[in-house]
Ligand binder design. Structure first.
Ligand SMILES: Cc1cc2nc3c(=O)[nH]c(=O)nc-3n(C[C@H](O)[C@H](O)[C@H](O)COP(=O)(O)OP(=O)(O)OC[C@H]3O[C@@H](n4cnc5c(N)ncnc54)[C@H](O)[C@@H]3O)c2cc1C
Length: 493
């Protein structure tokens, strides 16, 4: 494996993204297939690397069943899920989980008797979530990356951003930004694994990679984008002044934490009789309604009534995370606010991860396979990334085996374009404010309409100006495009 782009410009497969979907997909190809995999920043900056809870899979048919997992997934998704995709996810997922464990060295926590320590999360009727401490994603990323590094056919290029794709005969031209320069490579097939859109919001758990680049690039190529407004908002993220959000897990409420408003008063009784233990979307909505009632975004979780030693033992990561911001959860109220967490919608695909554009595939969070319906069941997304990136690779291998022609046209490669104005400062903040006002947990239809006009103006400015093509420019364009699609969808509902 070579970490730098070489002079070679033609690949069988381009994989955009080095999260779980990108890496697992790349590992399905044998040594005869050349794969270029891009990571916009360092290889381990991704949603995958932050995943905490685990991976849901039916690994114990004595105490669990595929039908139960399917049913749980459909209930969480409001029965809007694509049943064929759910069926594929649930039936095939377990062998992918066993594959990463047995063949790629991924470890999951075990009980003293050596069996897998499966946990339960909201919406699951059985204990089926395998996990590695509270950092499952980082374990997967570490081990998959080690595997990728063993494969000479995979060239992984970090700090390299895909800017655009265009169709050429039997493949694509991909325009790529690296070291401030734009250049082109060509590929016969492309799998977009670019993750979510969290960074179009002010409040999100997602890292800086999540600006919706793959969705914008697929959209520009004419691919169908579906249900981009299906966004999951988590009710309790730590509300820090620096805007970085980390999750305060639902299990803190499970252990008795109560929610308080700016007056330090409980309020959930106004919205749902299940109080703090109502489902994720209900609690998030209640917080927003209460913030409109009080005119304040100050909310708290209070678990100070619990024994301090128990809290430190039960929530070591959260305890330490809060302490970094000067909050001792055993004595202080924890400032929280809902945040964008996950994208259910995305680039429409079939169960082979094929988009509506020939030879273009999408897998992981940027894709809409239909498995999640309008609400994702906890811990189903890492599973989705594994199953559908593998299926994308398998489909490509079938095409290659059937002698589909390889890319054979190399028109006007872009080289070393520099110059142009930098993106005006503040556009990202402006887009985030528009989304935050118009569609954060609950739509505000007036703000959606005025926001759409603002976004249209931003897009006109970006497309009409002569800006330097940088990663920053690419991200702003992606954020504005995603915001436009989301707000248009909400407006039409
Ligand atoms: C805090 C947190 C906790 C979570 N916990 C869980 C959990 O317990 N269980 C679960 O199932 N799910 C969980 N999720 C969701 C899950 O982590 C993600 O849905 C999943 O990891 C997405 O994987 P991915 O490979 O599709 O995208 P990502 O892991 O986000 O990877 C995206 C990749 O695309 C690259 N990229 C983006 N744009 C470009 C571009 N223009 N050019 C080149 N590269 C680009 C990025 O650099 C990155 O490498 C959690 C998410 C978060 C944020």
């Amino acid at each position: 494996m070579n970490n730098n782009l070489t002079n070679k410009k033609v690949y069988d497969v381009l994989i955009v993204g080095s999260g779980v979907a990108g890496m697992y997909g790349s590992l399905q190809f044998d040594s005869s297939t050349s794969v270029l995999m891009l990571a916009k920043y360092e290889t381990n900056v991704s949603n995958s690397n932050l995943a905490q809870g685990g991976v849901a899979a039916v690994l114990d048919l004595e105490n669990d069943s595929y039908d139960l997992h399917i049913n749980d997934t459909m209930i969480a998704g409001g029965q809007e899920n694509d049943i064929e995709a759910v069926d594929t996810l649930v039936h095939e997922g377990p062998s992918d989980v066993l594959n990463i464990m047995n063949n790629m060295g991924v470890e999951f926590d075990r009980k003293p008797d050596g069996s897998l320590d499966k946990t339960l999360e909201g919406g699951h009727s059985r204990r089926r979530i395998v996990h590695y401490k509270d950092s499952t994603g980082a374990e997967l990323v570490r081990k998959l990356l080690a595997e990728v590094q063993k494969h000479d056919n995979i060239e992984l290029s970090a700090n390299t951003a895909l800017y655009s794709l265009s169709r050429v005969k039997s493949g694509f031209r991909a325009d790529i930004i690296k070291n401030g320069r734009l250049s082109s490579v060509f590929c016969s097939y492309c799998i977009l694994c670019t993750g979510g859109i969290g960074r179009i919001y002010k409040y999100t758990t997602n890292p800086k990679t999540a600006t919706g680049d793959g969705i914008r690039i697929a959209y520009e190529l004419g691919a169908k984008i579906k249900d981009l407004s299906y966004i999951q908002f988590h009710p309790t993220a730590f509300n820090s002044d620096d805007g970085e959000q980390f999750l305060i897990s639902e299990s803190v409420r499970g252990e008795g934490a109560v929610l308080k408003n700016c007056y330090k008063e409980r309020f959930m009784h106004r919205y749902d009789q299940r109080l703090e233990l109502a489902p994720r979307d209900v609690v998030s909505k209640s917080i927003i309604l209460e913030s409109r009632r009080t005119g304040s975004n100050n909310f708290y979780l209070d678990i100070t009534h619990e024994d301090a030693d128990f809290l430190k033992w039960r929530f070591p990561g959260i305890y330490e995370g809060c302490l970094k911001y000067g909050v001792d959860m055993t004595k202080d109220l924890i400032p929280i606010f809902p945040c964008q967490h996950y994208l259910m919608g995305g680039i429409e695909t079939d169960i082979d991860a094929k988009t509506t554009v020939p030879r273009l595939y999408a897998a992981g969070e940027c894709a809409n396979t239909g498995v999640h319906g309008h609400n994702r069941l906890a811990s189903n997304s890492l599973l989705e990334a594994l199953v559908f990136s593998r299926r994308a690779a398998q489909d490509i291998k079938r095409c290659m085996a059937a002698n589909f022609p390889a890319v054979s046209e190399y028109p006007s490669p872009v080289e070393n374009i520099t110059g142009g104005a930098p993106v005006p400062k503040g556009i990202k903040t402006e887009i985030r404010s528009i989304l935050q006002r118009g569609y954060f947990v609950l739509p505000d239809y007036g703000a959606v309409r005025s926001g759409l006009k603002q976004i249209d103006n931003i897009l006109k400015r970006l497309k009409g100006g002569s800006f330097a093509i940088t990663t920053e420019f690419s991200e702003v364009l992606s954020m504005a495009t995603a915001a436009h699609i989301i707000l248009s969808e909400v407006d039409e509902k």
